[in-house]
Design a protein around this ligand. Structure first.
Ligand code: NAI
Length: 367
């Protein structure tokens, strides 16, 4: 029996619709994790590792299942050669993470022999990923010169392409002179503000961090607004780049925009909110489609010729046509855009994989 098998308690949990859900506990090294593989029909399940002090095991399980399924749809929607999976480590991410816990986690990832590939997520830093990457080849987005590094500029570029598709669809015009209300000026939001500025857009911005707001006002001539007013700001396009759940039964009636197109994950609070937006005549760019640039960028690492920012950029440009197709279909079939995005992702999942090339993992294990 290997040290891994001796130390690690492995419990398989049967969850209908998921290929593998496994709880992994290594008490001696302080690891309590769950790895969920939702679907590998298009390739290995790729999804970040979230480190969070979940109040209960069931909260952690619920989160990992929701996120893993979300990754299947995101990957299928973006047409990457990956499937959907996710992992969570139940740990207080305010405390420094013990190196041996990250090593034990990497060994847990190895247990799946490449069916699951991990990456950075909330609570996991690039430096932490560097440690994980010493012990498993099944990790991407590492602090290594040949790795894809910070995804945010690529995510922002994908959102820009999505905004172009949205504006073109509604107004048949470029972005120049259109008013964008940007919620959140973080890694993605600030980069996007810059891209929009250079396209001649007018910006209204809000962030909890006043330094970031000042920066955008100075650099892009943006108009500042308080964070509690940004969703109601009169504008052409609302661009959420902060947090999830912002589109709901309370906020949707107060929106003063013609479209919502931004990077935030899980923008719709409930399944009905897509329909609510449609009823108000607001065109919604489904979040997991418009924000897939970061995923596309990291997936480029798995191609046989290795990571290339140019290939990532070219692939991300396709977000424009993917969104256009969603808008056209939604209009034709009188459906909300989130429903159509899910339908297209499901169709892609059902298709035979055209390219059977195996993802190529470059190992820096113990490098
Ligand atoms: P970040 O943490 O760098 O920036 C978020 C910004 O939003 C911060 O400046 C924060 O102060 C601000 N903020 C928080 N609450 C706010 C509020 N109520 N009103 C106004 N501003 C508020 O995050 P990042 O990386 O820019 O991501 C933004 C969103 O995009 C998140 O929802 C993230 O999950 C999503 N996303 C990010 C990707 C990436 O490549 N970074 C990829 C795909 C999705």
């Amino acid at each position: 029996m290997s040290t891994f098998e001796k130390n690690m308690k492995i419990r398989k949990i049967h969850v209908s619709g998921y290929e593998d859900v496994v709880e992994l506990i290594d008490e001696s090294r302080g690891l309590h994790a769950i790895i969920a593989i939702h679907n590998t029909s298009r390739g290995p399940a790729l999804g970040g590792t979230r480190v969070y002090p979940y109040a209960t095991f069931d909260h952690a399980l619920e989160d990992v299942l929701r996120l893993a399924k979300g990754m299947t749809y995101k990957a299928a929607g973006a047409n990457t050669q990956t499937g959907g999976g996710k992992s969570v480590i139940i740990f207080d991410n305010k405390k420094p993470k013990p190196k041996e816990m990250l090593q034990a986690f990497a060994e847990a990832v190895n247990y799946f022999k490449g069916r699951y590939i991990c990456a950075e997520d909330v609570g996991m830093s690039l430096a932490d990923m560097g440690i994980v990457g010493h012990y498993t080849a099944y990790a991407v987005g590492l602090p290594h010169p040949e790795s894809s590094q910070d995804p945010s500029p690529f995510t922002a570029f994908g959102v820009l392409k999505g905004i172009e598709a949205t504006v073109e669809y509604i107004w048949k015009s470029p972005l120049e002179g259109k008013i964008f209300a940007l919620q959140g000026l973080g890694a993605v939001g600030m980069e996007l503000a810059s891209y929009l500025f250079w396209q001649g857009a007018e910006l209204i911005v809000a962030d909890l961090d006043q330094e970031r707001v000042k920066k955008a006002v100075k650099a892009f001539g943006a108009t500042a607004i308080s964070p509690d007013k940004i969703l109601e700001a009169p504008c052409d396009v609302l661009v959420p780049c902060a947090m999830g759940g912002i589109l709901n039964s309370e906020s949707i009636p107060k929106l003063h925009c013609r479209a919502v197109a931004g990077a935030s994950n899980n923008q719709l609070l409930s399944a009905e909110d897509g329909q609510r937006l449609k009823q108000r005549g607001i065109l919604y760019a489904p979040d997991y489609v418009i924000n897939s640039g970061g995923l596309i960028n990291v997936c480029t690492e798995l191609e046989s010729s290795g990571y290339s920012p140019k290939r990532a950029r070219d692939q991300i440009t396709k977000i424009y046509s993917i969104l256009r197709e969603i808008y056209q279909r939604a209009e034709k079939r009188n459906l909300s855009t989130d429903i159509v995005a899910n339908q297209i992702a499901e169709e892609n999942l059902a298709k035979e994989r055209k390219n059977n090339e195996k993802p190529c993992l470059r190992s820096w294990v113990n490098a």
